[in-house]
Ligand binder design. Sequence first.
Ligand SMILES: [Ca+2]
Length: 182
Amino acid sequence: MKRLHRVLFITLIGVLLISSTVLAAENLVANPSFEEGEAEGWPVGYAGFQALKSYGDGAMLVKDFARTGSWSLKFYNPSEDVALGLVSLPVSAEAGKTYKASAYVLTEPGSGKASLYIEFLNEKKARVSATWVQSQSTDTWELLEITEKAPEGTAYVGLIIYRPKTQKGVHYYDDLSIVVVQ
Ligand SMILES: [Ca+2]
């Protein structure tokens, strides 16, 4: 009986730990798996960054590959060489808190590297800071992750999936997230 109590107690602690982890890991990104939007169009909850202004400029929702759900976002070579970037809609953030941004990317063989940025913005939604990681460009779904403390002046956080015009080819993105880690 004593042993059973101990097992129950350990199980209870385990359940509590798992619950708190799940709560702590709430994803702040809207439409993180790209399941909302128009086929071969634009995902709901994102805006174009820099040269990417409209449909057909090098990014679209496709069903060719998906890590979860049915859809992913495809970056491809548009008619001319341009940088490609999509920004998640900024969500409220607090200076001093630490945030982790992540995304999965699948690279077509022979393509360049894909990048993920975490961006902190002030109250006017102007950039306070941005840091980034680059893919290894493997041919399986690769996790890109970046963890940063929100600097002084932060009011919002967002992520950017980005490819400079020197990195050509085809990349698929799926399962984006921003979580508070502490
Ligand atoms: Ca998806």
